[in-house]
Design a protein around this ligand. Sequence first.
Ligand code: AMP
Length: 428
Amino acid sequence: MPEFQTSPGMRDILAPESARWRRFVQVFADTVEAAGYEQIIPPLLEDIGVFSRVGEATDVVTKEMYDFVDKGERHVALRPEQTASVCRAFVQHRPTLPWKAWYSGPNFRYEKPQRGRFRQFDQVGIEVLGPTDPAVDVEVIALGWRFFQALGLRQVTLRLNSLGEPSDRSRYTEALRKHFGDHASELADETRATLARNPLRVLDSKRPEDALVLQSAPRIDDFFSEAAADHFARVRAGLDALGVPYTRDERLVRGLDYYRFTTFEYAGGTLDSAQNALGGGGRYDGLVEDLGGPSTPGIGFALGLDRTLLACDDEGVFAAPPTSVDVFVIDTTGGFEATVLTDEFRSAGLSADRAYDNRSMKSQMKAADRSNARVAVIIGSDELASGRAVIRPMNGGEQFTVSRATLLGDVLRVARGSEPTPTPKEIK
Ligand code: AMP
């Protein structure tokens, strides 16, 4: 075993998976930029306060943060998520409203690594700051949905809920506290601990012994103010108008106090439930204020790249693209022909690769095969002397010799497949 390996929960992403990751972000960028979102690239490291304000009561912040004191005595943390960074950036730069931003990149959480759960993991996401219009909720939720569709996923499900206004939410929380308190003896021990911390979170419980008490629990709809009920109705009507299917899930609560109105989650249809959460989000308030800015409502989502790619694997879509080049140059003369030709092909817009160390013809042909090149260009001492080159289509077509002067044009034709392979002129 080598002395150094990646730390637990950290990975090297090699080709072709790395190309898949890049395409994933590209499809996301294409989807959201077509809707007016602009990319923000926040730093990986922030003052720890940026995150601790947001999630004081969450595991992500209390237990899982990679934080340390830097050489300038600043207490900093590797970001565990990016919504807080986006809000911090908003306060710092004050872009005009509405501000529609998208991001991608790694986050860090000191979690127990397992399938679909890592300590460094990538997310893509969007945030809209400014409007309270339910049309924004619809746009945000639908963009996540369209992104999954663009990847080819067909079995993603969307769950939707509303937590009402903050005052609705607190009245509801109190009603839950009372209900669960009255039935505390019927709840699991762990659930009672959750109840003491946050009665809303009890709704998340999947423990069978809690099921009955959960069934008779008060329902958020009965606590909605008129404004909250109206907002939620409009979000639902908007999604219906777009044909984005969802199920209402009254138990979908997000842990943070910042959430109000709409909350939603996307799940993979084929993954088992431990890894099926692809991502989610909701409308929040107070985050920008807590970071020192003016009261500004926001809504956004974050999607996990790993879980989404697992869902793609399960549905057999969005496979890693095969790696290939257009041209592979085989040069057995030991000079600079391969260097010059690959440069020429690359400048003409083709991808071109070559072998090194003046290997034998056979070994260079093998390398050409491995590269999945469409065309091999072969320069031996005869070709060098006569100012010619051999073009060998790698799809099994016959090779032929051309003059060095027309080589680029001939290679372009064969590599792009725009014309049938020319009839052999002179077979070497
Ligand atoms: P959260 O920011 O906790 O709401 O997570 C949003 C999504 O990010 C989840 O649904 C997962 O897809 C993904 N995610 C969260 N934590 C991890 C992790 N440790 N490893 C891989 N993906 C994660």
